[in-house]
Design a protein around this ligand. Structure first.
Ligand code: SF4
Ligand code: SF4
Length: 443
């Protein structure tokens, strides 16, 4: 059956109206619920239902054969109805080589790197495999991937395949090479856990002046430079210095990361993780500093319980796209030897694939274990109104503290309050001090 000219004209006008709403889309990926539109201005991933995707001129093919998952009025959300057709973002640990020796390094990086690390050709194949799956963003890190002579080949190949490569770097080495590549990255974030003496107290060595010099050179090469700040009980009271520094240097973004007990971080977790009071205060503090210094602030996925503590409500969290533990779904990690993990902090699943073989593994029922089975949660997560957004908090912290990836996040304020009100079902009050050290990160 042919389609009339009038029908096609109306469809074209609808598509044009939709494009004006979002700017010119760079790409589209079909999902069961509709699809994901990647826009350049603003730089965003926009989740749209099937009707809207059709208005943009897309067809979901076999993915749209079944009934469309619907958002419900009680806060249920379409993204959690089923895992995505592929991750949105892959965090690639291109190497675990790094000379810095930071006290809490979450990958346990060393100058020698890890065993059986992949080289240029394997990572190029990985980029192809991820592009073929429809992955949209790459987060490149290490170790320190700036030391790799073939980093530029990976970045250029990612761009050629339509992926947006972002980079996290210590800023301590190979700054000339990074400045040359800088315009190719969507965003470069330099690890900066404090200004001046606080940097040294958190990282264990005095590197602030070198990092500051690198930040200035990178900023001269691209406007898309920010910082990653791992929040610990040492630097919590000094976060304002980081915001002030970012304004002084014209940096666009501050990403706050919760301290994770992985790599060398597992050994110092007890002394560096924030106190309960600090966790409860991080959201108002971050918002106040973002307003005062007019910087964009992001909080990593593991902070979702600390956001939920302030009861913004599921609808607002969903609207703001605040998702918790989306490892093995919205994002994946890949270790320096290529093995896939649910996120960059988690160990690869037993018998999991390397990143090139992700496609065969992704839809298996057992894929990513507890990361995918988050719906089978214990209290208080099972009755928490934001559970399908938060997904029980950070699995890596749960595994380290409670010995189980599936346990509720022991640092979530609601979990702490619930356990205080239900002492019979709560682990011992000293749970955190009796934590077990588990091999969260393997090479
Ligand atoms: S375990 Fe989950 S919440 Fe924690 S860092 Fe990984 S993806 Fe984020
Ligand atoms: S109770 Fe569980 S689901 Fe609710 S915010 Fe805390 S960790 Fe997340």
């Amino acid at each position: 059956m042919g389609v009339g000219l009038g029908t096609r004209w109306r469809a074209w006008r609808r598509a044009r109206r939709a494009r004006r709403t979002f700017g010119a889309p760079r790409g589209f990926r079909a999902e069961r619920f509709g699809g994901i539109v990647q826009t350049e201005t603003p730089r965003a991933l926009v989740f749209v239902d099937r009707a809207y995707a059709r208005r943009l001129g897309h067809d979901g093919g076999a993915l749209w054969d079944g009934p469309e998952p619907a958002a419900t009025d009680d806060g249920g959300n379409i993204i959690s109805a089923h895992h995505l057709s592929a991750p949105l973002e892959a965090h690639l640990q291109l190497t675990n080589r790094c000379d810095a020796g930071c006290t809490g390094c979450y990958t346990g990086a060393t100058p020698q790197g890890g065993p059986a690390e992949w080289g240029r050709d394997e990572w190029l194949r990985a980029v192809d495999a991820l592009a073929d799956r429809g992955v949209l963003h790459l987060a490149l890190g290490g170790g320190e991937s700036a030391v790799l002579p073939w980093l530029g080949d990976i970045v250029r190949h990612a761009r050629a395949r339509g992926l947006v490569p972002n980079l996290t770097t210590s800023g301590l080495t190979h700054v000339d090479e990074l400045c040359e590549l800088a315009p190719l990255f969507g965003q470069i974030n330099v690890s900066l856990d404090g200004v001046g003496e606080i940097y040294a107290r958190v990282r264990g060595f005095d590197g602030f002046a070198r990092v500051d010099a690198a930040v200035q050179r990178l900023r001269a090469s691209t406007p898309h430079v920010g910082v990653n700040t791992v929040v610990t009980r040492v630097n919590y009271d000094h976060l304002e210095d980081v915001f002030r520094y970012c304004r002084t240097r014209g940096l666009s973004e501050i990403e706050l990361l919760r301290f994770k007990p992985s790599g060398r971080g597992a050994g110092v977790f007890a002394e560096l993780t924030c106190s309960d009071a600090q966790h409860r205060g991080i959201l108002p503090l971050a918002l106040r500093l973002a307003r005062r210094y007019r910087r964009r602030v992001r909080m990593d996925c593991s902070y979702t319980p600390m956001v939920a503590h302030h009861r913004p409500g599921a609808r607002l969290m969903q609207w703001l796209a605040i998702y918790g533990c989306a490892g093995g779904d919205l994002l994946i990690g890949a270790k320096a030897h290529g093995k896939v993990s649910a996120c960059s902090f988690a160990a690869p699943p037993a018998a999991g694939p390397d990143v090139v073989g992700l496609g065969d593994y992704w839809d298996r029922p057992e894929a990513f274990g507890a990361f995918r089975s988050w719906r089978e949660a214990a209290e208080p997560c099972s009755s928490c109104e934001v559970h399908d957004l938060c997904r029980g908090g950070c699995r890596v912290v749960s595994a380290h503290v409670s010995g189980s990836l599936a346990a509720p996040d022991p640092e979530c304020p609601r979990v702490i309050d619930w356990r205080a009100a239900h002492p019979a079902s709560a682990p011992a009050p000293g749970e955190i001090s009796t934590r077990r050290r588990l091999p969260v990160l393997a090479h």
